[in-house]
Design a protein around this ligand. Structure first.
Ligand code: MOS
Length: 757
């Protein structure tokens, strides 16, 4: 199936339709909405990671001119219903704000100052005095593993996997044991979390917030405040990056909503950059311990036990096992994962949660095993290529990993590599070449959309989904333009309003395939209905033509040389617009998921269905240059080739993949949340000390998206997500390149100079 007779946009390279508005500052982000009579809030965060509030002094703050009030757990009437499953989201914290004086994580919101001006609120916040009785904290995974009670560790059944008899094989072979570690990472989208809450009476509220899931705020406010979900109107047209932590409702939203209700006045809160490191999630630290039996140069059995950090009450798993369980052919596998509670706060998914962190260990291990077997690392991976999914035994929906290895290796020049560590140099500079495999699951969602033809020939597309910076507006415009045979400039796409047709959350790289397929269905439906009108209209040049002979292009329907314009067809029908609504069940799922979606749930199908294992694949090759005196590693070149099914827009897909690869550099060399063991607080909650790469850190980056492999088991478009795949494998490819350059095998990230000296 193709999108239309001629694909002018889908699969091609075209500019972002929202680009001009963003560049001109005409795209309105959450905190920028001009609301009358707005009051300004400042959030105060706990300065201990574990304890009890003993004193809150607010008199001086309340004396500041313009201050309206100061709220905290002492505020009467601020009761939130503690409903299981809420706050709603794929993760997030179940600890509702301001309900008790107990503090269980660092940065937990403890007070909210609201004033007529932001300046007054900021000043007053400095005058609020809060005292705590501190309790023993375990703010990091290491601390919790060393001294935490056994009750703080859980090994959920759902995180265990066993096939074959790994224990037996491991007893009869020389066993290679290795341990790998990744630290906490913090989401830092350019746009901070923000909310404006505006009530209309006591039953209806409008929320402006940057979100990956509008239904999270709807469901959470309905549950905790007893509102009708439809009375919570969420507006989120532009989101300045999400990366996972905007997919749920955090405490700051709830207290802002309560303040606005109490004051009977709209209230705005924007978190500070430091608060972005605290109460809105992070990527959990991980430890992976492997035992591998190598027989005849092949993996005969593998055992992985992982420990990962989680929040004080929540158990969101950083799913480090996802990749090791399924990536390579191996009949004997044992996997268990233990979640360890910490006072670092609730963790949440962060771009390729589990896949990025879990594949670091696996892909460095594969490099070590290849060396032990005396085999080239690419060849070693080819030898372990899985033709069917080792975890489920099912066929893949579509897999072109071998082509990814070929394309990336060729483009990189891998055949010129000499295997000996330290054997490649440019002058004095050590050169290292390393590689890794990338993989990311494909989730599909039920989705809904509306397509409308207007009298002036414009096409409007409506979907209650999100563009978190990934290019959703652009790909949806291209899909509709192709389906209707119009120019992309004639299509306007509306997203980010909870009153638009319902869709699930924009996470797990599922929006392009799922919402894109609903837009395809709506646009094709609109075209079919207009075709129907034309062929039945005796005034149309297409009267009596069989609909199957009709093609769409240039704003017209054609049959041979006869044609009719879309606008003429509409005009003759006597209406000034024609609209078509369509809902789709997810590929691999059915009515159940669609029903769930309509109730405000996510309505998604997991990567492994009853019939297929659905994954995107890739291969990442990296060149590092290391100064032999200072041992500073620099990534000079990255080439990645990716199998993402049908490419929807080559430009935005490459941007997504490139962003993922660059984030891989960040994870490999820079990012690390640094905790002060004495206070349990984060030492680097700012972008000066929490390092991410700048342009000077990034060399040449090439992202190749394979063409010609649409995957119709994942979506009607054949498209799979590209957002998260690029970061998976990249940190390991860099670690492997550093080993090749220096002979130093570093098994934890970030790979900083101190580890290389
Ligand atoms: Mo992504 S971590 O599913 O926003």
């Amino acid at each position: 199936m193709t999108v239309t007779d001629q694909q002018t946009y889908v699969g091609r390279r075209f500019d972002r339709v929202d680009g001009p508005a963003k560049v001109r500052g005409e795209a309105t982000f959450a905190a920028e909405h001009a609301i009358e009579n707005l009051a300004h809030a400042v959030l105060i965060s706990a300065t201990v990671p574990h304890g009890t509030i003993t004193t809150i002094r607010t008199a001086a703050a309340k004396d500041v001119p313009g201050v309206l009030d100061v709220y905290s757990c002492r505020t009467p009437g601020w009761t939130l219903k503690d409903v299981k499953g809420y706050p709603k989201g794929p993760a997030g914290t179940g600890i509702l704000p301001f309900q008790s004086p107990e503090i269980s994580y660092r940065g937990e919101p403890v007070a909210l100052v609201v004033a007529d001006t932001l300046e007054a609120a900021k000043h007053a916040a400095l005058l609020v005095e809060i005292e705590y009785e501190e309790r023993v904290h375990r703010a990091t995974l290491d601390e919790a593993l060393e001294s935490g009670p056994a009750s703080d560790r859980k090994t959920p059944k759902a995180l265990q996997h066993s096939r074959g008899d790994a224990a037996k094989v491991l007893k009869t072979a020389d066993v290679i044991e290795r341990a790998y570690a990744t630290p906490t990472h913090h989401h830092n989208p350019m746009e901070m979390h923000a909310v404006i809450a505006a009530w209309d009476g006591d039953e209806r509220v409008t929320i402006y917030e940057p979100t990956q899931w509008m239904q999270s705020a709807q469901g959470t406010l309905a549950a905790t405040l007893g509102l009708e979900p439809d009375n919570v109107h969420v507006i989120s047209p532009y989101v300045g990056g999400g990366f996972g932590n905007k997919a749920t409702t955090w405490p700051h939203l709830l207290v802002t909503v309560l303040a606005a209700r109490t004051l009977k006045r709209p209230v705005k809160l924007v978190l500070t950059r430091a608060q972005m490191f605290a109460a809105v999630g992070y990527r959990a630290a991980t430890r992976s311990a492997y035992r591998v039996a190598l027989k005849g140069g092949r993996v005969a059995a593998m055992d992985l036990h992982a420990h990962t950090q989680t929040g004080p009450v929540d158990l969101f798993p950083e799913q480090v096992g996802t990749v090791p369980k399924m990536l390579y052919a191996n009949g004997n596998m044992d996997f268990t994962q233990t979640l360890v509670r910490t006072n670092a706060g609730p963790n949440i998914m962060m771009r390729a949660p589990g896949e990025a962190s879990g594949s670091f260990g696996l892909e460095v291990l594969m490099d070590e095993l290849a060396e032990a077997a005396g085999t080239d690392p690419v060849e070693f991976r080819r030898q372990h290529h899985a033709d069917t999914d080792p975890e489920s035994g099912l066929p893949y929906s579509s897999k072109h990993l071998l082509e990814c290895y070929d394309r990336a290796a060729d483009a990189f020049g891998w055949s010129r590599r000499t295997p000996q560590p330290g054997s490649m140099r440019d002058g004095d500079t050590l050169i290292g070449w390393g590689m890794a495999t990338a993989v990311y699951p494909v989730y599909s969602s039920a989705a809904t959309a509306r397509a409308r033809l207007c009298a002036d020939g414009r096409v409007e597309i409506e979907a209650g989904s999100h563009d978190i910076g990934t290019g959703t507006y652009t790909i949806l415009a291209g899909i509709a333009a192709d389906a209707l045979g119009v120019g992309v400039g004639q299509v306007s796409v509306k997203l980010g309003d909870s009153r638009l047709p319902k869709n699930g959350y924009s996470g797990g790289s599922r929006t392009a395939g799922s919402v894109g397929s609903a837009v395809l269905a709506a646009a094709q439906g609109l075209r079919a209905e207009l075709t129907e009108r034309a062929v039945n209209d005796s005034d149309s040049p297409l009267h009596g033509v069989s609909p199957s002979e009709i093609r769409a292009a240039d704003g017209r329907l054609y049959a041979g040389r006869a044609s009719d314009t879309l606008t003429d067809i509409l005009r003759r029908s006597g209406k000034d617009q024609h609209e078509t609504y369509r809902e789709i069940v997810p590929s691999g799922g059915g009515q159940k998921e669609l029903d769930a979606l309509k109730k405000g749930e996510d309505g998604s199908v997991e990567a492994v269905t009853d019939t297929h294992a659905r994954y995107s694949f890739g291969a990442v090759f990296v060149e590092v240059r290391v100064d032999p005196d200072f041992m500073t590693p620099r990534v000079s070149r990255i080439v990645g080739a990716f199998d993402i099914g049908q490419v929807l827009n080559a430009k935005t897909a490459e941007s997504q993949l490139t962003g993922g690869l660059i984030w891989g550099v960040s994870a490999a060399l820079h990012e690390h949340g640094e905790t002060d063991p004495a206070t349990g607080l984060l030492l680097n909650s700012n972008l000066a000390e929490y390092h991410i790469p700048v342009n000077a850190d990034i060399g040449e980056v090439t992202a190749i998206a394979l063409e010609g492999h649409p995957d119709y088991h994942t979506s009607a478009l054949g498209a799979r997500g590209a957002g998260e795949l690029g970061i998976v494998g990249t940190p390991a490819a860099i670690a492997n390149a550093i080993y090749h350059a220096t002979g130093k095998r570093i098994r934890s990230t970030p790979i900083t100079v101190d580890k290389l000296l």
